[in-house]
Ligand binder design. Structure first.
Ligand SMILES: [Zn+2]
Length: 172
C-alpha cells in the first residue's frame, strides 16, 4: 500500500517520511518531494532565530492573524509555521512590535532605573549617557548651593545609571 502525501489537497505519492512532532520521532507522516522540502525548511525554522524572536513569533498577533488559533496540537503549530514561512512573515521582526516586545523584556531593575532617568524603555545606551550627563549638570550640588534634596536626586540618578550600565550598555 502506498502512502499519499499528507499535505492538504495533495494527491501525490508520499515517498518521504517526516516525524510528526519535534521531540517524538516514533510517529511519521509521508510527503511527496515538493512537500517534504517545505516541511524540512520549516522544521529548521527556529534554528536561526534568537530566543526573543521565537517567543515573539509565537506570541505575535501576526502569527495568529487567522482567528482562534492556538497551540492545541503540534500539528496546528507546524501548520501555522508553514503558513508564515510561505508568506515570509519573518519580516515581522523588522517591525516596531518586535522592538516594543524586546523593551518589555527589561528587568524590573532596568525599568525602574529608566523611570528614574525619565527615559523610555526602548532607549539606546548612547541616549542614556546623554540624559545622565544632562541630569548630573542639572542636579550637581555646585549648581544648587549644596542643597541636600538635589544631592539625593543625584544619588538616585547615579544608581540608576550604574544599573543600566550593567545591562543596557552591553546590549548589541
Ligand atoms: Zn504533496
Amino acid at each position: 500500500m502506498k502512502n499519499i502525501c499528507s499535505w492538504e489537497n495533495c494527491k501525490e505519492i508520499g515517498e518521504y517520511k517526516a516525524p510528526v512532532e519535534r521531540d517524538n520521532s516514533r510517529n511519521f507522516r509521508y510527503y511527496c518531494l515538493e512537500h517534504i522540502k517545505i516541511f524540512n525548511k520549516n522544521w529548521n525554522y527556529f534554528s536561526n532565530m534568537s530566543e526573543d524572536e521565537i517567543e515573539f513569533f509565537i506570541k505575535s498577533d501576526l502569527t495568529w492573524h487567522k482567528p482562534t488559533k492556538s497551540f492545541s496540537s503540534s500539528e496546528n503549530f507546524f501548520k501555522i509555521l508553514w503558513n508564515n514561512t510561505l508568506e515570509d512573515k519573518i519580516s515581522i521582526f523588522k517591525n516596531s512590535n518586535f522592538k516594543d516586545f524586546k523593551k518589555s523584556r527589561l528587568s524590573e531593575k532596568d525599568r525602574q532605573a529608566l523611570e528614574v532617568l525619565g527615559l523610555n524603555y526602548g532607549v539606546k545606551w548612547a541616549d542614556i549617557q546623554k540624559k545622565f550627563k544632562g541630569l548630573v549638570k542639572k542636579y550637581h550640588p555646585d549648581k544648587n548651593q549644596g542643597n541636600k534634596k538635589y544631592e539625593d536626586i543625584l544619588k538616585k540618578i547615579t544608581l540608576a545609571y550604574s544599573q543600566l550600565k550593567l545591562t543596557v550598555s552591553k546590549e548589541k
